[in-house]
Design a protein around this ligand. Structure first.
Ligand code: AMP
Ligand code: ZN
Length: 115
């Protein structure tokens, strides 16, 4: 999709630190990490937000969680744990309008998930 920064990363039009890629999913390091490990896992299909998810996309979301689990193991997060965040829409603080899953870990995260 035009003007979508994540679609441009998928199309290799702008660079990213890609750590996983298959036909449907790509994962790359967040440009402004909030923790030692901060990776974005996204569907290659342009889905603007969780709000826009339909039944048709159920399988891809399931697969994204499996990929997150595999990446977490590679990043050695599986023993101490990690957090997965999906910001959604205006109130959810979503800045990039292409569905993405933040995989965050590598330090003890705060217990507050809302502020
Ligand atoms: P959100 O607020 O949930 O929409 O998060 C968007 C995330 O994308 C932020 O954590 C940004 O740091 C990250 N981001 C924006 N542009 C890029 C980029 N070109 N490469 C990697 N991460 C990016
Ligand atoms: Zn997109």
């Amino acid at each position: 999709m035009e003007d979508c920064i994540f679609c441009k990363i998928i199309a290799k039009q702008i660079p990213a630190n890609v750590i996983y890629e298959d036909e449907q999913i790509i994962a790359f390091r967040d440009i402004h990490p909030v923790a030692p490990v901060h990776i974005l896992v996204i569907p290659k299909k342009h889905i603007a937000s969780l709000i826009d998810l339909t039944k048709e996309d159920e399988a891809i979301v399931g697969k994204i969680y499996t990929v997150i689990n595999e990446i977490a193991e590679k990043e050695k997060l599986n023993e101490r744990g990690f957090r997965v965040i999906v910001n959604c829409g205006e109130d959810g603080g979503q800045e990039v309008k292409h569905l993405h899953f933040h995989l965050i870990g590598g330090k003890k995260l705060g217990t507050k998930i809302v502020n």
